[in-house]
Design a protein around this ligand. Structure first.
Ligand code: C2O
Ligand code: CU
Length: 461
């Protein structure tokens, strides 16, 4: 006789074989790319100054990878760095062994070694990939790139559809990466490593070609370590949000868009003719981020994908399983001490000796902090309390969750996201269907916060 749990696992295992036949289909198209991480340099402007970076295929951002929903993405990766690395496919509801978390889902790829990432891509939308070993340094040095999964009948056609990768670099007066500040406890205990140089698609204030009339789609990706961006267009032109973190949503208009680290927002602008500039306004001043430059006349009906559904509906039977996460720590916080490697210690001691500053439920987080064991197929209510003085961009690997989002002005909206930007003091319920087996990281995407304790694992089997 099988126990209820065993039976459940047995039947869902069968289910997942029938519902995920993607790896078994012989004629499934394989989209192949190769990426190499290595030392390189790039110029952020036309002044000829080269900045030494760590890049994929010597490009910043890394190459745009495009695949169609239902295909298999195969990326042959080679590590030319002098330290181990991995690639995480941010937002992809991935096979666990392809998720790229070193020491949790795979061994780190050593210098000189290769690894082939191979997984089905079933969700259309805007994603990105980035290094996940010492991400606070490897991403800050440039190891990331955009990834677009196209829907059936969708075409990716620049300039009607374009990717806008926004980064915020911390550089010195010689325009080189400020290396001395890596590991700076001030950054780690406050808002993370904030930069002093903003790039759009790897350039300072570039000119972006757009069509001279008709609709244009802009896919924003915030790849910065910690900077929350506030974006506006010239004359506060409304941006129609059609997708967040890859998944389509009920469209809504914004004149100012808040986009946290690792988040993506796709917008449609009705008439490209009105567009002239992109501004970043989080400092209270208008920073000129990019200029739009009309290039070609739009002749045909646009094929911009617009108006499909979220990846899945908000689950009805809630709460099935409650996981509570009480986040504490950092500067100006209320965490006096926490458990680290089995021992309760004062926060000051943890900060000075181990660079640990943040806790989930009084435990300094890490890959060894298991937050819950969940049965495959269960609905989970992840109840998160940001009991700190800081914003946090909470990211769940392997699945998207529903959240009543308070990120955009006064109205709250139900959104399906993979990264949710939480205000200081905010409590949020992240609701998801745990239909993807594996060990999945849940962490703050302000990469310094993650490194100093803000993360844990949810096990789904
Ligand atoms: Cu963008 Cu743990 O990842
Ligand atoms: Cu954080």
């Amino acid at each position: 006789m099988l126990s209820r749990r065993e039976f459940f696992q047995y039947s869902t295992a069968l289910l997942s074989l029938t519902s995920m036949p993607t790896l078994l289909k012989a004629r499934q198209n394989i989209r192949r790319y190769s990426l190499a991480a290595g030392f390189s340099s790039s110029s952020f402007s036309d002044d000829g100054v080269m900045t030494e970076l760590w890049l994929y295929n010597q490009q910043t951002p890394g190459p745009l990878l495009v695949a169609k929903r239902g295909e298999i993405l195969e990326v042959e990766f080679h590590n030319n760095l002098q330290e181990p690395t991995t690639i995480h496919w941010h937002g992809i509801r991935n096979l666990n062994e392809m998720d790229g978390v070193p020491g949790l889902t795979q061994q780190a790829i050593e210098p000189g070694d290769s690894f082939t990432y191979r997984f089905p891509v079933n969700d259309p939308g805007t994603f990105w990939y980035h290094a996940h070993n010492k991400a606070w340094e490897q991403v800050a040095r440039g190891l990331y790139g955009p990834l677009i999964i196209l829907d059936d009948n969708e075409e990716f056609e620049n300039p009607f559809d374009q990717v806008i990768v926004i980064d915020d670099w911390l550089i010195n007066s010689a325009e080189q990466i400020d290396e001395k500040s890596f590991g700076n406890l001030g950054h780690w205990s406050h808002g993370g490593r904030l930069g002093n140089a903003l790039t759009i698609n790897g350039k300072f204030s570039p000119e972006l070609k757009i069509p001279s009339n008709g609709e244009v789609k802009l896919r924003f990706i915030n790849t910065s370590n910690a900077r929350i961006m506030d974006l506006e267009l010239n004359d506060k032109i409304p941006m129609k949000v059609v997708s967040v973190d890859g998944s389509s949503c009920t469209p809504f208009n914004l004149t100012r868009m808040k986009i946290g680290p690792a988040q993506r927002i796709d917008v449609i602008i009705d008439d490209a003719k009105t567009l002239s500039s992109l501004l970043e306004v989080s400092s209270g001043e208008e920073f000129f981020a990019a200029k739009f430059f009309p290039s070609i006349q739009s002749t045909k009906q646009s094929k911009l994908h617009n108006g499909s559904k979220p990846y899945y509906k908000k689950p009805q039977e809630i709460p099935a399983r409650l996981i509570e996460v009480h986040m504490q720590g950092g500067a100006m916080g209320n965490l006096a001490n926490a458990i680290f490697e089995g021992e309760r210690r004062e926060l000051r001691d943890l900060a000075l000796n181990d660079s640990k500053l943040w806790a989930f439920n009084q435990q300094i987080g890490g890959y060894d902090l298991n937050l819950a064991d969940i049965n495959l197929g269960e609905t989970v209510l992840l109840r998160v309390w940001n009991d700190t003085a800081w914003f946090h961009a909470m990211h769940l690997h392997g699945q998207h969750f529903w959240v009543e989002s308070n990120e955009f002005g006064d109205v709250s909206r139900p959104l399906l996201r993979d990264t949710y930007l939480m205000k200081p003091g905010e409590k949020a319920d992240l609701i998801f269907l745990a239909d993807n087996p594996g060990v999945w990281l849940f962490h703050c995407h302000m990469l310094e916060h993650h490194a100093s304790g803000m993360g844990g694992v949810i096990s789904v089997f």
